[in-house]
Ligand binder design. Structure first.
Ligand code: UDH
Ligand code: MN
Length: 346
């Protein structure tokens, strides 16, 4: 009894020291936890608080989904500005004969399988670049070297498709572009298609590779013609049509084997649909054309005039809806998707 009484007296006298000592002991105990454990304890206590805050089921669902979204989905990107701050204007292009495809791959580490998205903002359009192609490897190296940075400065979501005609029968640019459209849409629902010769390199960043509410002609002048303006009826070289515009005209005719008039035919199709053609400013729509002679297998098409006159009668049944081909391979290379295709013969 006497011992108990004196212990109580001691406790009463030291009452102001016991509380701080106890708190210190608890803190020391927490500090011995591994970091993750502490964090998970903190997170779970925070979650519990959110869950008990509201009393309805809605509140509970909202708070739990919110937590999951934060973990799995990065925050939504804001739209890229209307005019990209990265545009540099007119450029003097250079073409170094020692440049290799591997060099261009090294220059473009952010491009994956020919595709790119701006890292910091949501692109205003998703654009597929379609290139009709056969045996122009040197031109393709220069094209990729210039076009990838050009398109990135425009803050586009884009991919480059090379539609490679297999075999040696007569070349058919228009049919290859139809194939490109159909194949690219299997990958993604592209907003806009740029139909692009491999030997034309844009000289000015302000020549925007986006689609408008009407089909657009992008190549108005080139160095090889001393930048003399193309005639208003010209629709060749580089053009931009939305997915819907190209579908509405039933694409190109598949019947233009060899060189000439397939682009004029597309122009007639556009006009038949009462669409107009829009163009960038003349001082902007300038191109450097890489030198070449006429390719073997792409001789002038002697039937082109006759075919062109038939457009109003044939456009409905000759085009995207009648484009038959056999895809031989699809190679997803670092800088472009290579679609090798057998498109038959004339
Ligand atoms: N193309 C190929 N391989 C070919 C033929 C054409 O890849 O064998 C593609 C290529 O994308 C090219 C486009 O189709 O840019 C248009 O063909 P082209 O460059 O032959 O047409 P262009 O009107 O020239 O530029 C026609 C012959 C010009 C002879 C020049 C003589 N000074
Ligand atoms: Mn050419």
């Amino acid at each position: 009894m006497g011992f108990c009484l004196s212990a109580c007296k001691i406790l009463w006298r030291t009452k102001y020291c016991v509380l701080p000592v106890l708190s210190l002991l608890v803190l020391a105990w927490i500090a011995t936890f591994p970091g993750e454990t502490v964090r998970s304890v903190l997170v779970s206590s925070a979650t519990t608080q959110t869950l008990v805050k509201g009393d309805g089921l809605g509140d509970k669902l909202h708070s739990t989904t919110g937590a999951r979204d934060d973990l799995n989905n990065p925050p939504q990107k804001v739209d890229c500005p209307k005019v990209s701050p990265l545009l540099q204007g007119a450029k003097n292009l250079s073409f170094d004969s020692s440049l290799t495809l591997n060099d261009v791959v090294t220059e473009n580490e952010k491009v994956r399988e020919g595709e790119y998205e701006p890292p910091d903002c949501a692109a205003r359009q998703s654009v597929a670049i379609l290139i009709p192609f056969r045996k122009r490897e040197r031109h393709l190296v220069y094209f990729l070297h210039h076009l990838h940075p050009f398109l990135q400065r425009q803050q586009l979501h884009y991919a480059i498709y090379v539609i490679n005609q297999a075999g040696n029968v007569t070349f058919n640019r228009a049919k290859l572009l139809n194939v490109g459209y159909l194949e690219a849409l299997k990958d993604y629902s592209w907003d806009c298609f740029i139909l692009h010769d491999v030997d034309l390199i844009p000289e000015n960043d302000h020549n925007l590779y986006v689609c408008e509410d009407q089909p657009k002609h992008l190549m108005l002048a080139r160095n090889s013609s001393r930048y003399k303006l193309m005639s208003p009826g010209n629709f060749g070289g580089v053009t931009a049509l939305t997915r819907e515009q190209f579908f509405q005209v039933n694409g190109f005719s598949n019947s233009y084997w060899g060189w000439g008039c397939e682009d004029d035919e597309l122009y007639v199709r556009v006009k038949l649909q009462k669409m107009t053609i829009v163009r960038p400013p003349e001082d902007v729509a300038r191109y450097t054309m890489l030198f070449h002679t006429r390719d073997k297998g792409n001789e002038i098409n002697e039937d082109r005039g006759k075919l062109l006159r038939q457009t109003p009668q044939i456009w409905r049944k000759d085009g995207l809806n009648s484009c038959s081909y056999k895809t031989l391979s699809i190679d997803r290379l670092p800088l472009y998707v290579n679609v090798t295709v057998d498109i038959g013969k004339p």
